[in-house]
Structures are given as C-alpha cells and as structure tokens.
Design a protein around this ligand. Structure first.
Ligand SMILES: Cc1ncc(COP(=O)(O)O)c(C=O)c1O
Length: 413
C-alpha cells in the first residue's frame, strides 16, 4: 500500500531525512482560532515553535500575526515581511541596545516587559509602541515541569499575589503601561486553573484607572494529544474563558493569544532512513536513524514527558504493516549522535524494521527542528511543504559549506 509519500521524487541520495509540513493544517487552525476570538483580537503565533521563514512568509500573506521571543525572531519575522503591528515581542532578557533599536524600528508593535525594571526602561518609549507587563498569577498548572512557568520560582514575569492597593499604586505609577501579559505553561490541558490565572490578571486590569489597560495577552499553552486519542477542545476552552472573563470578548480589552504547538504539532511528519538495526536486551531491538537529539531534543532528554507515533515505510515508500512483515518487535529508536542519551523514542511495538526502511515520526512540527542542535555537526535536513496536495521545497538541505561557515570558516570546501 502506498503511503503519503508523493514527495519521494524531491529526495536525492544524500537526503537521509526529510521534514514534510502540511501548511493547510496550520491555515485551518489559524482560521479556527480567528473564529473563536473577537474581531479586534490578535492571534500571534509563537515563532519559537517553528521558525522556518518560508512558513512565516506564507502565513503572513494570509494575515497571521507572530510572537517573537528574541531579536533573532524579530529578524525572522521581518525577513518574512511581517509588519510591526502584527508582532508581539516577549523576549525575557532585553539589553539597552535592543531597547533603543526597538524604540526607533518597532513602531506599531507590542512589547511585553518581564519585570518592573524592564518596564521602567520603556517609560520614555514612543506612544506608537504598546507596552505590557508579564505577570505570574502563580497557579498550580498541570504540565511537564520544564514547560511550567507558573510556580513561585518561575524565572518569568512578576509574581502577582493579592490585588492590593500597593499593586494598584505601583502599576498606576507607570505612565507607559498599556497591557498585561500572562503565559503560564505549555502542553497544558488543565483549563480551569489556567483560566483562574487569566481571571486574576483581568481583575487587576479592572482595578486600575479606567482605560489604562488596553490589551490582555493570555499567552499560549494548549496541549497537543500526541497519542491522538483526545484532541484539545479549543471551543470548550474559549467557551469557559468567555464565561469567566467576558471582558476579553466584549471589547473591554483587546485579547492577544500566542499559541505555538496548537498551530504546528499535528501537520508535520519527519521521515528518516534506517541505517542500522541492532539487538539489545530481552529480545528488544534498536533501530538507528539519521535524526536524534539534534532534532528531538526534548524527547531525548525528557523521554518520559514526550511521545510520537511511529510508522515504518519500505525503502520505496510503501507502508509496512504487521501483516506484510509478519513479525513485530519492541523497538527503541536512536539517532546518529555520539552520546548515550541519543534515544528519542523508546519502547514502540512496530512491524519488523529492515535496514533501508524509513521511519515516519508523526506530529513532529512543534518544538522539534525548531530546537535544532549542532552537536556532532549534522546538516539540517530538507524541508518540504504541502499545500492543496502540491509539494514544494520550504528549505533546502543545509550544505556542508553552510555548516563549516556556522563554525567559523568562510572558505568553501
Ligand atoms: C511567552 C510564550 N508565549 C507563547 C508560547 C507558546 O506556547 P505553546 O506552544 O505552548 O502554545 C511560549 C512557549 O514557550 C511562551 O514562552
């Protein structure tokens, strides 16, 4: 049986891995998010989740907005042609030089301060830039530890305790404060406490002099179900949010969101050729492919937090089933890097894998290649896009010359 591999003709013998991204999937999710938000809202897409410039360019042409977490991500957004008024800048660590640049080149944009000190530095900013302050309402949110920024020891934002006169006086004192920002966790399916945290921020906005706060940025965080048994229900989330925080939908405040994983996780698969198959203990096997901790960094270091469905394809792209190979084994899947932790996927029951087969790693579009690591200096693979059934190149495989240049030499090989 032929699988979804009509892109096979794009591969050359050097392509041992390829990323394939269905942009219709992302566009549909953007449209869905735009439907549930009030018309004056801004649904910024977190660039860190997938910074491919050609992807941003295409989504920008559809009117999408973006959240940038660093000056590098601002540069990526600018390279893709995104106008300032559709960029929210959230870098938690801004230098004075960066702030000076933003004040002259980022008119129309949104900037969130990470602390009172950060906010203080922006008091003389152009009125054409909207300025917010990131708050941490310190809710108990259920999400992987490394993605949970809501605890009392979080490195982000100012911890928002009781809304006291002191808080109100402190924030009223800042002339330049147009919005409040809160991002509590990622891969978060516990809506009730998330909504409680957002409510607390809305209460603070309501307690400030009328008209002071113009936007509330509720961050990102929607979980993706990598087992594909229960999709995160954004209608349910937004319905509950509408009941708890009507001010975000009735025009009192402009609502900004900045989801990342929601837009990208499901529409993308990574295919990588199997180079070795080894026996390991207790009848288990290890298949070695060409991407590992360099692309699946979180999966490799925090194995128990992450899961991806895997499928096996023959060397010519045909689906390998349990019936076609008869035998099944329990597989770990290792990458090509020279260290023991390079095993991003463990304990998958799969049809017998043969050398030369391809593994398909499903739902691999969010925070995978975006965290690309240079360890062992493997070139970044070819990335293909898919729109309305047509494949095209989103990014060429990185050349060895580009790689050598990254490490500091201008000469070509
Ligand atoms: C400030 C901020 N906003 C938005 C996001 C996107 O979150 P998610 O991909 O969980 O929607 C992140 C992720 O780290 C973030 O740090």
């Amino acid at each position: 049986m032929q699988m979804d591999t009509d892109f096979w003709g794009f591969l050359s013998p050097e392509d041992d891995s390829v990323v394939v991204m269905d942009l219709n999937y992302t566009s549909t999710r953007i449209q869905k998010m735009n439907q549930v938000l009030n018309p004056a809202g801004l649904n910024a897409i977190a660039i860190k989740t997938n910074p491919l410039i050609e992807v941003l360019r295409k989504l920008n042409n559809e009117g999408a907005s973006f959240e940038a977490a660093s000056m590098g991500e601002i540069a990526i957004a600018k390279a893709a042609g995104v106008p300032n008024n559709r960029i929210v800048f959230d870098s938690p660590v801004k230098t004075n030089l960066e702030l000076a640049w933003l004040n002259s080149h980022f008119l129309g944009g949104y900037i969130n301060a990470d602390s009172f000190e950060d906010l203080q530095k922006m008091q003389n900013f152009s009125p054409e830039i909207q300025i917010g302050l990131r708050l941490n309402p310190s809710m108990n949110i259920h999400s992987p530890n490394s993605l949970n920024v809501s605890g009392a020891n979080s490195k982000f934002g100012e911890v928002l305790g009781e809304i006291s006169e002191k808080w109100i006086a402190k924030l009223t004192h800042f002339d330049r404060l147009d919005g409040l920002h809160v991002h509590q966790a990622s891969q978060n399916s516990d809506f009730s406490n998330t909504i409680r945290g957002i409510r607390k921020v809305v209460d603070l906005a309501n307690a400030l002099p009328s008209g002071k706060i113009k936007f509330i940025n509720m961050g990102g965080g929607l979980a993706f179900d990598y087992h594909r048994s229960k999709e995160a229900d954004i209608d349910l989330y937004f319905n509950e949010l509408k009941v708890a925080c009507p001010e975000l939908f009735d025009g009192t405040y402009q609502l900004i969101t900045e989801f990342g994983r929601y837009y990208y996780a499901g529409g993308t698969a990574v295919y990588s050729r199997v180079e070795h198959v080894k026996e390991i203990s207790n009848g288990r096997k290890l298949a070695i492919i060409h991407v590992g901790a360099d692309m699946f960094l979180r999966e490799s270091y925090n194995n128990s937090d992450w899961f991806h469905r895997l499928s096996v394809l023959s060397s010519t792209g045909e689906e390998v089933t349990r019936e076609s190979r008869t035998l099944t084994y329990n597989y770990d899947v290792g990458g090509p890097l020279c260290f023991a932790g390079d095993i991003p996927f463990r304990n998958h029951e799969l049809p017998e894998i043969r050398i030369g087969d391809w593994l398909k790693i499903h739902d691999a579009g969010a925070n995978t290649f975006a965290l690309w690591s240079r360890h062992c200096s493997r070139p970044f693979p070819l990335v293909l896009g898919l729109i309305n059934g047509n494949y095209f190149v989103l990014k060429q495989r990185e050349s060895l010359n580009d790689l050598v240049r990254f490490w500091g030499d201008e000469r070509n090989l």
